[in-house]
Design a binder for this molecule. Structure first.
Ligand SMILES: C[S@@+](CC[C@H](N)C(=O)[O-])C[C@H]1O[C@@H](n2cnc3c(N)ncnc32)[C@H](O)[C@@H]1O
Length: 248
């Protein structure tokens, strides 16, 4: 069991090692900890993100591929989905799940950093990401890369956990998520430290308004967000403005 926590916002190497370690139990723990709500939230994100005519979709921090595979079930046969992640173990599971999945267009899974994706400018119609933002050491850079990768008019959709606003629900949430979840992680994955980090990362995260502001500062327009479960989870949406200049 690894109970070590970094003193400050961890770097990519720490995150990569952590997800490599918990990969095998990641899906099971997600379902247990969220009472299966994680699947419903991803479905909401996919509905917000995708249009039938989308051709190229990028899932940043794809993990075991749940969001990418949900997208693959909805997209047209001509559409392509790329899932990018820094954890090889998470990607291995994503590839295995994709082989078994019933979808017309199987995602392509690529090893790489969301802070320096090895992909060309303006390629994508949609950039989406679920439960990744809290782990990224340089969020402004993350959004700038998302902006760079989208074509004009492209959409960014992000889903993540946030500390809910103070209420009786937030007290219950704090007890469950900050106290119990690390022990559930210890019991099922033998990784109390990793699940303590993940719940602490929610406690320490920016409010959704600040994330919306960061997205705006990266050049995006029409930035909105929607709260689920009294603000414990938020879905942000934004658009890369369509180019005003037309080539003659
Ligand atoms: C909590 S998991 C979420 C996985 C998946 N998106 C989901 O909905 O279940 C976070 C994932 O983001 C990946 N990740 C974190 N920081 C990253 C970065 N800078 N570049 C690429 N992947 C990253 C981790 O390796 C991990 O697989």
């Amino acid at each position: 069991m690894n109970d070590q926590l970094p003193a400050r916002q961890p770097g990519e190497k720490f995150i990569q090692d952590l997800f490599d370690r918990i990969a095998r139990r990641y899906d099971l723990l997600n379902r247990i900890i969220s009472f299966h709500l994680d699947t419903r939230w991803r479905t909401r994100a996919i509905r917000a993100a995708l249009k039938p005519e989308d051709r190229l979709v990028l899932d940043l921090g794809t993990g075991t591929g749940d969001l990418a595979l949900a997208a693959a079930r909805r997209i047209n046969r001509e559409g392509k989905i790329i899932g990018l992640d820094i954890s090889l173990e998470m990607l291995r599971l994503a590839r295995t799940k994709s082989r078994k999945a019933k979808c017309e267009s199987h995602p392509v899974f690529v090893l790489g950093s969301a802070l320096a994706p090895p992909l060309k400018d303006g390629l994508f119609d949609v950039v989406m990401t679920a439960f990744v933002l809290r782990n990224v050491p340089d969020l402004p850079r993350f959004f700038l890369e998302a902006y760079r990768l989208l074509g004009p008019g492209g959409r960014l959709v992000t889903l993540d956990m946030f500390p809910p606003a103070a209420s009786s629900f937030s007290l219950l949430y704090a007890f469950y998520f900050y106290r119990l979840v690390p022990w559930i992680g210890a019991g099922i994955a033998g990784e109390r430290g990793a699940y303590k980090y993940l719940s602490d990362s929610v406690k320490a995260f920016e409010p959704p308004e600040s994330v919306a502001q960061l997205i705006r500062q990266s050049g995006f327009a029409n930035v909105t967000f929607q709260r689920f479960l009294r603000g414990a989870v938020c879905l942000h949406r934004a658009e890369k403005p369509a180019s005003r200049q037309t080539q003659v």
